[in-house]
Design a protein around this ligand. Structure first.
Ligand code: FCB
Length: 441
């Protein structure tokens, strides 16, 4: 494997999952505070109130990133810190926090990648309809402008949204994430508004930056049929469309995928004239989050796309129950490049939850190391095939609040002891550090 000297290696986090300090310095609740405290749907009943206490430990965390040899770091900005009600008055203390974080990253030669929305919608906006309401898209654009006016080109890469698919589908159809609704039509309307917010957010970022690289982060997944039947192959095609094309075609081609649109029938969202032109903004860089593939068979009893997961008996799985399938990362990079010809792609998240144990001050996690290594190899193969990939960011820098799983899933390359807040780089982090150093030689 060989990566060029300007390739970015690093790790990712998100605000609600690591910051804690939920009620400090003017931050108001988001839909995730509300969901964690009151839904009864978090596996261990925990919240992000304290999380990794990163809001107080950010200096040491940046120093640790530096000691691991990373030259990039992706974090998210908490909208409820910056504009606590969602619209209206700015909270200077909120922006100050990210201002200092960005400066310290730069002082260490680490390129800041900032995501503006990693699922923490201010509760005040949700009370007025949240993502079901078009006005929220405009509030998002105002928030994006405020952040860009303050942080400007010190941020290397801005992403408007993290995984709009996940926000819409898991939050509004599956009900496992905030705000916990289960309604397909609402999920599709929310997806449309998220994409509209992306488009308006891109315009706001463009107007307030000169050289920062602008784009979005999407979760992507290849779908393979578990058997050779035409029905299962069709189910895999449709599942791919629902997961990937539903978001990429509006954003990169300016239209919804017609075959999937037709199958949704009366559930399709309300789309105003001009929306798709707004959604389809030229981006500088696409971040993709890749974890696993879909392996499905046709199931008539399931709603469209009529696809049921089939567990591949010869595969290995992570602690999330996700199949380890590194070639899917190569496959998606090549396909996205062929289908949309974007100027640049980077891996914004990739990683594995494992049942790690801290023993004698060390965490030995060879399965995660293999996971990282095999996925880096997939990235190298895609680059060899001509795909412009510029960065690899592992999920996650730290063990953290894994949404509905609370603190029961460990994705970090650095272990966190939640009682003492002690951080310990796992052996995978040390392997990655040495791998990066070897690439630099
Ligand atoms: C992604 C999320 C991230 C984390 C990983 C495991 O969908 O973007 O916050 O939860 O999954």
């Amino acid at each position: 494997m060989h990566f060029p000297p300007d390739f970015h290696f690093g790790a990712s986090t998100s605000a609600y999952q690591i910051e804690g300090a939920a009620n400090e310095d003017g931050r108001l609740p988001s839909i995730w505070d509300e969901f964690a405290h009151h839904s009864g749907r978090i596996k261990d009943g925990s919240t992000g109130d304290v999380a990794c206490d990163h809001y107080h430990r950010w200096r040491e965390d940046v120093d640790m990133i530096h000691s691991l040899g990373h030259n990039a770091y992706r974090f998210s900005i908490a909208w409820p810190r910056v504009i606590p009600q969602g619209r209206g008055a700015l909270n200077p203390k909120g922006l100050d926090f990210y201002d200092r974080l960005v400066d310290r990253l730069l002082a260490h030669g680490i390129a800041p990648y900032a995501t503006l929305y990693h699922w923490d919608l201010p509760l005040g906006l949700h009370a007025q309809g949240g993502w079901l309401h078009r006005d929220t898209c405009h509030a998002f654009a105002d928030y994006a402008a405020a952040v860009a006016q303050r942080l400007g080109d010190r941020v290397y890469g801005y992403a408007t949204l993290n995984e709009p698919r996940c926000s819409a589908t898991v939050g509004y159809l599956e009900g496992r994430h905030a705000p916990g609704e289960m309604d397909q039509a609402k999920a599709l309307q929310v997806a449309h508004h998220l994409m509209l917010a992306h488009g308006l957010g891109m315009q706001a970022l463009r107007a307030n930056t000169r050289k920062a690289r602008l784009g979005v982060v999407l979760d992507v997944k290849p779908y393979h049929a578990a058997d050779d039947s035409a029905a299962s192959r069709q189910a895999a095609h449709n599942a791919y469309g629902v997961f990937n094309r539903w978001f990429m075609e509006p954003m990169f081609l300016g239209h919804y995928p017609q075959d999937i649109w037709d199958r949704y029938g009366s559930l399709v969202p309300t789309v105003h004239e001009g929306d798709l032109a707004t959604i389809c903004q030229a981006i500088d860089s696409l971040g993709i989050n890749y974890y696993s593939r879909g392996h499905v068979e046709h199931s008539a009893s399931k709603p469209f796309p009529h696809a049921a997961d089939v567990r591949c008996t010869t595969s290995s799985f992570t602690d999330m129950g996700w199949e380890i399938w590194p070639d899917g990362l190569r496959e998606m990079l090549v396909r996205i490049h062929q289908d949309y010809r974007l100027p640049d792609i980077y891996i914004a998240e990739n990683g594995a939850a494992m049942d790690d144990v801290l023993e004698n001050g060390q965490v030995h996690d060879p399965v995660r190391r293999d996971y990282l290594q095999s996925h880096l190899a997939a990235v190298a193969q895609a680059r060899d095939a001509g795909v412009p990939v510029s960065a690899y960011l592992a999920w996650s820098l730290l063990d953290n609040y894994e949404w509905g799983h609370g603190y029961t899933r460990r994705f970090g390359i650095c272990h966190v002891d939640y009682a003492s807040q002690q951080r310990t780089p796992k052996s995978s982090a040390l392997w990655l550090r040495d791998f990066i150093a070897q690439q630099r030689r």
